[in-house]
Design a protein around this ligand. Structure first.
Ligand code: AMP
Ligand code: MG
Length: 432
């Protein structure tokens, strides 16, 4: 992996004085350091298996979609000119279900037609069956048309969705379920995508125990369940990446170094939670410094002030990226969304808009009289009136808030907010 040195000093055990920097500056540094290495190692996968992957080449259409004019309603196809007045009766000359190609329309007749069927040559309008009455008679009978139809109505035009030769999905697009459907609609059974990043996750903290291993009533004093392991694992999987879960790494230097080496050998990125707060006695910092290089940042955001970024050397001299997230569950959740997610998208060659933080103006249903000196991302929800409400407890240990929330309000440093003012709302769905 070609990288710029993050810090020029030789690794030392003593922490360097952290620099408080803005989230935007930190992101710019991260995204400049990391390149699209996984996109460079693209692979061809079944369209069925490509959910969450990032396209490594454009998907072009070799056909028009729809391939021919077809009806979007069950009803009758006809010539608009044959229905000059409400109540005109036309004999029904043929019946065309979807998948059947009919004969050209005989002028002065109507064709019984069903949704998705190709509109026969000569017909220029479809009247939905709710606006017609079948009239008994010879053969297919006749139909009374209870309106004067505007030409073109209920006809989906050839190529109205996609034109032959068009790029329907550009390289760098992250594949959603709808994108997979669009690829399939132009016949793409396989897609060339960036290799899924391999991401190692481990938790630090001797207070951590695993659900299932220790029953709640058996918890020793001071112990807590390791929730970050589940949240971070889920976040990594939801990003279309492969997780290498290294579990809880004991708070010992040798164990931490060994875990980093093992993780670097098979992963593109190592994510850890906990042990990056300042002044803390932890082994992560010296371990990463001994195995590679590390910058520990204090980011001017809340939650999630501490963030470590660096790289761990592999035996062959290449490197795996390292990102150390704070231990507080809400902090690690928010920091992942705001900093790790863009890095993962960058590794996969996703286009820049996909990692930009998208927010929408909405009215505040709350007062924010005492802003912090740091930019805050508070857990929020849109109420039935379309205004933004806050979870009452914004502590970074309260994971309930992250489940309750459907978004984050992005509050600038020092920004006082009065109920009714417009705030910036970042939907969590935009960060998936
Ligand atoms: P740290 O960043 O290690 O100082 O941890 C900050 C807070 O987060 C402490 O209260 C830890 O107990 C808690 N914490 C750290 N790691 C985890 C984890 N994996 N799951 C849940 N809470 C954690
Ligand atoms: Mg800790």
């Amino acid at each position: 992996m070609a990288t710029e040195p993050l810090n020029t000093a030789e690794p030392v055990a003593a922490p360097r004085r952290p620099v408080l920097q803005s989230l935007d500056d930190a992101l710019a540094t991260l995204l400049a350091a990391v390149s699209a290495t996984c996109a460079a190692q693209s692979e061809t996968v079944s369209t069925f298996d490509a959910l969450g992957c990032v396209l490594a080449e454009d998907v072009c259409s070799l056909l028009d979609v729809p391939p021919a004019d077809n009806t979007s309603m069950d009803g009758y196809a006809m010539r608009a000119a044959d229905v000059p007045v409400v109540g005109t009766v036309l004999p029904v000359s043929q019946r065309i279900p979807a998948g059947v190609v009919g004969q050209p329309l005989q002028p002065g007749t109507a064709v019984r037609i069903f949704t998705g069927a190709q509109v026969p040559p000569g017909a220029d309008v479809v009247v939905m069956q709710e606006q017609c009455e079948a009239v008994a008679g010879d053969g297919l009978g006749a139909v009374r048309v209870n309106l004067v139809p505007p030409a073109g109505q209920w006809i989906r035009r050839r190529g109205e969705d996609v034109q032959r030769g068009a790029v329907v999905l550009a390289a760098g697009t992250r594949l959603t379920p709808a994108a997979l459907g669009l690829a399939a609609s132009v016949g793409a059974a396989t897609l060339k995508v960036a290799r899924r990043p391999r991401v190692a996750v481990f938790s630090t903290g001797d207070e951590l125990v695993m659900p299932g291993e220790v029953l709640p009533e058996q918890m020793r004093p001071g112990a807590i369940y390791n929730s970050n392991r589940y949240t971070l694992r889920g976040l990594v999987q939801a990003m279309g990446c492969e997780v290498q879960d290294l579990g809880i790494v004991p708070d010992r230097l040798d164990a931490t170094r060994a875990a980093l080496r093992a993780a670097a050998a098979r992963c593109d990125l190592i994510i850890t939670s906990g042990g990056v707060s300042m002044g803390e006695e932890d082994h992560l910092r010296p371990a990463v410094q001994a195995e590679g290089r590390l910058d520990l940042w204090q980011i001017a955001m809340k939650p999630g002030k501490p963030l470590a970024f660096g790289a761990v050397r592999r035996e062959d001299g290449s490197e795996a990226w390292f990102m150390g997230l704070p231990g507080n569950p809400v902090s690690s959740f928010v920091t992942f969304l705001l900093t790790v997610r863009p890095v993962l998208l960058r590794l996969q060659g996703a286009h820049a808009e996909s990692w930009a933080l998208r927010s929408y103006p909405l009215r505040a249903a709350f007062d924010w009289p005492k802003p912090d000196r740091r930019r805050e991302f508070v857990r929020a929800r849109v109420n039935a009136e379309g205004a933004v409400e806050l979870f009452p407890n914004q502590s970074s240990g309260v994971l309930t808030s992250a489940v309750w929330a459907d978004g984050l309000v992005d509050i600038a440093a020092g920004q006082v907010i009065t109920r009714g003012e417009v705030v910036r709302f970042v939907p969590l769905s935009e960060l998936g």
